[in-house]
Design a protein around this ligand. Structure first.
Ligand code: HH2
Length: 305
């Protein structure tokens, strides 16, 4: 299937809602154990303004153990079956999980290993004409936070993403279907994570849309002065997302969709004010009047009539 370029399908800013069907994810683990709960949560995220819902059956939090193929399929397939027809992505590094998900209608493969985990994954993505997110990670989840080291973290991440993008293209995946992700929290100290956001423009300069996953990451607990917290607050997540948006981030992988949609609608409206264009956080491709009609920023007096 010929899909439009990723930047058309996911105009900046677009939201990717996080739906982990795992027992152990760092923020929402265990919450969506029954497929019906997962499906209800996905529908809510889409109503709240997500452009896509990212279904994952393997936690990649620091210290997490890998999950066997059968178990990952057992977790995600029933949910994907019930979400058929809705916009979903699959958060996996396994070719077979991606193949099943794409056959069930997933549009995008979110691979935290950037095509280094399973040699068959690139072919599966290419053949399906799917979108792909390539994410930077140093090390692997079980050990990645032990001693992350870089020369210049931003330059190193940029060089890695450029190389993985060239690899994906060489494997038959058109560049226009790919987005890049610095991998916040994947083998990085809090200072390195913040530096990546501060200098995000250097990743945007690679020429592909940048996706960021800052939502609830433990760096945000550090920012708020909690030395041991594993989960950042939603308010801190929104603040970080707006900072990333201001530096050019296009897609935001978030847990609380509604909060981010409202905050990014406002941030985008400010950015576009001189041209009179209005933010599109609610429903990609909405016209200005549709946007105004749906906007949570509409004054209360209008809503009550
Ligand atoms: N972060 C997580 C998982 N997948 N994918 C991308 N592209 N970018 C990210 O930053 C990213 C990701 C970790 O967050 P979460 O899914 O909430 O937790 P867990 O890995 O424990 O399931």
């Amino acid at each position: 299937m010929a899909r439009p370029p990723l930047e058309q399908r996911f105009p900046r800013p677009s939201l990717m809602g996080v739906l982990n069907v795992t027992p152990d994810s760092f923020s929402d683990g265990g919450r969506h154990a029954a497929p019906a709960d997962a499906v209800a949560a996905a529908r809510r995220m889409l109503v709240d303004g997500a452009a896509i819902v990212d279904v994952g059956g393997e936690s990649t939090r620091p210290g997490a153990d890998p999950v066997a193929l059968d178990e990952e399929l057992r977790r995600v397939v029933p949910v994907l079956e019930q979400l058929a027809g809705l916009p979903v992505s699959i958060d996996t590094a396994k070719a077979e999980v991606a193949r099943r998900a794409l056959a069930l209608g997933a549009e995008l493969v979110n691979d935290v290993t950037a095509l280094r985990g399973d040699p068959a994954l690139a072919g599966v993505v290419a053949e399906a004409g799917a979108y792909l997110c390539l994410m930077h990670m140093q090390g692997e989840p079980r050990t990645m936070q032990l001693d992350p080291r870089y020369g210049d973290v931003v330059a190193d991440v940029a060089a890695f993403l450029e190389e993985r993008l060239a690899f994906a293209v060489a494997q038959g995946i058109p560049e226009e279907r790919v987005c890049l992700d610095p991998g916040i929290g994947f083998g990085k100290t809090p200072a390195q994570n913040l530096e990546l956001v501060r200098r995000l423009g250097e990743l945007v300069a690679l020429g592909r849309p940048v996706l960021v996953g800052l939502s609830r990451k433990s760096t945000l607990a550090r920012v708020l002065g909690d030395p041991h917290g594993r989960v950042g607050t939603d308010a801190a997540s929104v603040g970080a997302a707006v900072a990333a948006f201001d530096r050019g981030a296009a897609v935001f992988r978030v847990h609380d969709v509604r909060l981010h949609a409202e905050a990014l609608a406002a941030a985008a409206a400010v950015e576009r004010a001189p041209t009179g264009e209005v933010a599109l956080a609610y429903g990609a491709g909405a016209t200005e009047s549709e946007y105004v009609a749906n906007s949570p920023l509409r004054p209360a007096s209008e809503t009550s009539t």
